[in-house]
Each structure stands twice: as C-alpha cells, then as structure tokens.
Design a protein around this ligand. Sequence first.
Ligand SMILES: C[S@@+](CC[C@H](N)C(=O)[O-])C[C@H]1O[C@@H](n2cnc3c(N)ncnc32)[C@H](O)[C@@H]1O
Length: 192
Amino acid sequence: MTEKHGHVHQGKSTQNILNAHEVLQSAGIKLGDVFLDAGCGDGYISIEASKMVGKQGRAYAVDVYLESIEIVKTKISDNELSNMEAVLADITESIPITDDSVDHIMMANVLHGFVADNELKPVMDNIDRIIKSGGIFSVVEFRKIENSPGPPFNVKLSPEQVTEILSQYGFDTIDTQEIGKYHYIVNGVKKL
Ligand SMILES: C[S@@+](CC[C@H](N)C(=O)[O-])C[C@H]1O[C@@H](n2cnc3c(N)ncnc32)[C@H](O)[C@@H]1O
C-alpha cells in the first residue's frame, strides 16, 4: 500500500464475526444482480454474493491490496465461480467498471477509513458513476461502542452519520439493521 492512505487495514477480514449470507440477506441482494464488494479483503462476502446472484448475475470483488486480490482470484478458480471477478483498484482513484452498470454496491468495514482520511468525495463520485439509478448502496460498519472490536471509537461511525453521508451523496436510506454481535447495516437507494 502507498503511504497516501492513513487508515487502510489491508489483509483484515471480519469473517470470524460476520455471516456473509446474513449480511447479504440484510442488504436485500437479489438473483440476477450485478453486485460489487468495494474493499473486499479476502472476498468472503463477494464469494457468497456470487452464489446468491446466480448465473444471470455477476459479483465483482474490488480491493487496493494486491495480496487480497490474489487470494480472491485463487478462491474464484478453486471454486469455479464463473460469474465472479477480482479487480485490483484504488477506489479513491477509479473503479474500472462501466458507467451505470452495477445494481448493488457493498462497503463492509471500509467507509469509516475514507471518512477518517478525508477521501469520501472521490470514492462516492466513483460509486455514483458505476451504480445504476435505483441501485442499492449498503454500508456495513462496527457499532459505535467503546471497548469493543473494530476501529478506534473516534473513527467508528454511527448509523446516523452513515445515513447523513448517504443523503449527501444522493442516496435515500431504506433501512438500518443490527447484524451479528458488533455490526449494523445501512441500506440506501440511489435517487432517480
Ligand atoms: C477492514 S478491511 C475489510 C475487508 C472486508 N470488507 C471485510 O469486511 O472483511 C478494509 C479493506 O478495504 C480495503 N481498502 C482500503 N482502502 C481502499 C481503497 N482506496 N481502494 C480499495 N480498497 C481499499 C483494504 O485493502 C481492506 O481489504
């Protein structure tokens, strides 16, 4: 990783504390969706997504950390996931995906880092370019509780802060749900 990013957490995974199927069900993922996992880490969520969107759908796993993308590529080939692709990209710079082509974008345990590093605008501009009108943006974050797992308390985001960010960048919040022991999800829909 470059020194540009102060808060990256490359190589970290929440697989031991979050159930990917439950997360994706809470996000409302659908058969046939084009799904993108932004900051996928080891890809455990996108791999489950590739199964849930089925053969008519597609799952992209995007990360800036080469080692993670190599791990995801190995899992794709070992599991013969023909509808899934691992993409190496710094999403503060660009996301190499066609305009208006993605039905559902998820950021799991990633958004707080962009807020802390003051990189929200370029990331949200890139998301705005690739997501369809009416597309869903799901943000999973650690609950803002002191002395619990996740980033430092001052870096953790509350659901209200996430809702405010979504609204600022053109998404109406549909719902907020608690998931697992430590997390919540906020689902937003891109305004038409
Ligand atoms: C805390 S991990 C979360 C991984 C996974 N989503 C999970 O919940 O297990 C944050 C991930 O975001 C990735 N990341 C951070 N900055 C990024 C950027 N600018 N572009 C793409 N990925 C980024 C990191 O490499 C890391 O894999």
